[in-house]
Design a protein around this ligand. Sequence first.
Ligand code: UN1
Length: 506
Amino acid sequence: MTKQMTVTQEATEILDRLGVAKAAWTGGTLASFSPVTGEQIATLPVASVADVGAAVERAQAAFKEWRLVPAPRRGELIRLLGEELRAAKADLGRLVSIEAGKIISEGLGEVQEMIDICDFAVGLSRQLYGLTIATERPGHRMMETWHPLGVVGVISAFNFPVAVWSWNTALAIVCGNPVIWKPSEKTPLTALASQAIFERAMKRFGDVPAGLSQVLIGAGDVGNALVENPKVALVSATGSTRMGRIVGPKVAARFGRTILELGGNNAGIVTPSADLDMALRAIAFGAMGTAGQRCTTMRRLFVHASVYDQLVPRLKKAYESVSIGNPLTSNALVGPLVDKLAFDAMQTALEASKSMGGTVTGGARASVEGDAAYYVRPAIVELPRHDGPALEETFAPILYVVKYTDFDEVLELHNAVGAGLSSSIFTTDLREMETFLSARGSDCGIANVNIGTSGAEIGGAFGGEKETGGGRESGSDAWRAYMRRQTNTVNYSNALPLAQGVVFDI
Ligand code: UN1
């Protein structure tokens, strides 16, 4: 960014370059802000509840066509999306930084996740395998077939404004489904940009049914209309546990499917045998990266008493010296919080920590870009016990540190929270490592060894247990959630033997 250009001017140039029509982000009622400076960057027209219904009808019509396109051909569309994303990486990554406040390498990293999932999905488009199953009847064959599911609704959060859409979209499209996306109202511009990029891919592909990919800008009523529409076969929702408690039962009541990606309260355990230099770096990225605003951010740290005094003072030093700044104009490692609400929630949690006897290092507001932007020094909180605010997710850079002595006990504490997304252990002891990964170890969807809790690759299934919602996205066999399974039994004999030896001769 040149010195004289404002964030708004730069966003405008990027949106123009990416081909987003001006009418989509000007003259409307939804104001969007950049957390980098706090300035208002756009006013977007919003969808009405009636628009949602119309979008679902369009998507349903697209589904009827798209489900008949051979899966490898559907993969070709996602291959083109990957190409377009490669070409747009610098612009889209920077727009992520402008709109979500991420540092440049994390904004680019998010776009890289989009490219990676496209590559994955292209391969997947030739691997939507079912099983062949031995039957008990002679002259019969039994198998399962995976069919496209229907309209997929994606509700995404501000903190990964585009990658989460791409995880869902790349898989949904190769699985034969249309997608309707309701992005966070805090990050509508990156959504419009992603859609424009996808539209270029669709144009190159040629014969794409209208309504295969749609974006609806709006607030909670728009998301709710998607959730309640019986023609939306799958709702993939990322956000708070509070949101999931509303979405989950509503979709279940109409027998729809959900993928819920909700809160995380991810912990690390530093054992006596840990490589402390490595642990320090991993914890720093896991806890302070993205200003503590990843679902996978490390929020709790259990440190064995024998290494506590070697690790924690170094960690505090790292917290005191980490660079905080405007991600667009500096190389700072920590950018802004998304808004004032996030800042207030952080301060409330820090107050609660103090009142239970915690020692807080950091946490104060940093003056970087004036009053409208909320930058903070990340906070490290030494707690006398694992309790109070440490049991809840606060979406801000707070790391609660608790000393432990007994391994079995720390496993209990580790699992004693509502969320179950990600976890990690720092150890070179084989028994501790394997126990952590065993049935009596971490109860999370992601359990790492000598790696922090965040920064997962797309190849694995991403998601968590308990209050995290149980959904799985991106790699491994997460694609199955986007398809319906059919068991087929074919009789190629001249007889009609019944299963279980039942006799029914007429
Ligand atoms: C999220 O915070 O919603 O593992 C997703 C990670 C990223 C994805 C985070 N690959 O940190």
